[in-house]
Design a protein around this ligand. Structure first.
Ligand code: SF4
Ligand code: SF4
Length: 371
């Protein structure tokens, strides 16, 4: 006798997916064109057709355990060729947004950051923290003399806030990643053809070159913007670490001289971020003849990165111009976007880096990876 399978549809989950940008889900009539044209789809258990069925049926648990939603690189070749305009690429994007919320620890942070209606509230949290700290320590005023940001907001306070909160959210992210890794093993089995170390190193090398982006057809020009943003962040991370070294080991206080190589790297990284994010925005606005659209979650993230970059550049320019009354408030606003980007990392679109890295690593270990 055939084995009986009991499905547990989650109606609320279907509603959430549709609200998050997957409103075309119901249009799919299962022709499988998308799975055929997808450059990332493996022969064994191809996607995204099966995800469209799972979405239509509201199979939340199955989707939350599905590595393919992270193996998808959002190129939208599938949406271009879908004869029903069901936009499977967008539906998978909505599934990833829902996934980040589902795996978030604590849950309420996922609910705040993935909900675009709460973005202003999410931005207000760091601003209130900063104002309270400045008020309690007697720094809530514009300092006299040369503009030095640490005279307004001492480095020690900035570090205490950021290191504590990044430490806590970073730890929660590691727990979420570990949970996902266990799910990957449970769902896909452990018949490995490759060890974790080798597969992970290969994955990181692919990240550095964005090799998989070259497989996309409809959205191929997204690669350059993505690469510039990626390396912009890498550069700024190096500068931040180096400035800590300058401050604590070498006793060199910020702002460092414009002639310092670290200043060049900081400015180049900011430029890389700015150009990269402009390319990404232009690419999203361009009519590529694809029946697809970016979700408000995507737009919020892109806007935050744009504002982070612009306020960072303005913070430096206004300081160099010597306008004290503008420089310090701008610094505070910039710190607010820095906070959003790094403290909220596990709950924002940036969280995709870890989940996707694990999904690709597992694909490689099981021999499913598309070279
Ligand atoms: S999403 Fe479109 S291409 Fe894919 S199975 Fe459904 S109707 Fe066909
Ligand atoms: S968006 Fe691209 S990678 Fe993702 S399922 Fe569609 S074709 Fe495949």
């Amino acid at each position: 006798m055939a084995e009986e399978t009991v499905l547990s549809p989650d109606i609320e989950f279907i509603r959430e997916l549709r609200q998050a940008g997957g409103e075309t889900l119901k249009k799919c009539y299962q022709c499988a064109t998308c799975s055929v044209v997808c450059p990332m789809s493996p022969e064994d258990k191809p996607f995204p057709r099966k995800e469209m069925i799972m979405g239509q049926l509201g199979l939340k648990d199955e989707i939350m355990a599905d590595p393919d939603i992270w193996y998808c690189h959002n190129c939208n070749d599938c949406s271009k060729y879908c004869p029903r305009g069901a936009r499977p690429g967008d539906v998978l994007g909505a599934m990833r947004q829902r996934f980040i919320k589902e795996y978030a620890i604590p849950k309420f942070m996922g609910s705040i950051v993935t909900n675009t209606k709460m973005t202003l509230f999410a931005l207000a949290i760091p601003l209130v923290i900063f104002l309270v700290v400045l008020g309690l320590t007697g720094h809530l005023h514009i300092p006299e003399g040369k503009i030095v940001y640490s005279h307004f907001f001492p480095i020690l306070y900035v570090e205490a806030i950021f290191i504590t909160l990044v430490g806590l959210t970073g730890l929660s992210y590691l727990i979420s990643l570990n949970k996902y890794w266990k799910t990957l093993k449970r769902v896909n089995g452990t018949d490995y053809k490759m060890g974790f170390g080798d597969a992970f190193v290969e994955t990181i090398l692919e990240f550095l070159s964005h090799k998989k982006f070259t497989k996309c057809e409809a959205n191929a020009d997204r690669k350059n913007g993505h690469l510039l943003v990626f390396y912009g962040f890498v550069g700024l991370f190096i500068v931040t670490c180096w400035l800590t070294f300058y401050d604590y080991i070498m006793g060199i206080e910020s702002p460092i001289a414009l002639s310092d190589p670290m200043k060049w790297l900081a400015n180049l990284s900011a430029l890389s971020l700015l150009v990269g994010i402009m390319i990404i925005i232009a690419n999203r606005l361009k009519d590529k003849g694809i029946n697809t659209k970016s979700s408000s979650f995507d737009w919020t993230f892109v806007t935050i990165i744009l504002l982070l970059t612009i306020t960072g550049i303005l913070t430096e320019l206004i300081r160099v111009a010597g306008v004290r009354t503008l420089a310090y408030p701008m610094y505070l606003i910039h710190l607010m976007f820095v906070f959003y980007t790094i403290v909220y990392f596990p709950y924002s679109k940036l969280a995709h880096m870890g989940y996707r890295a694990l999904a690709i690593t597992h694909y490689k270990m099981t021999g499913k990876d598309i070279k």
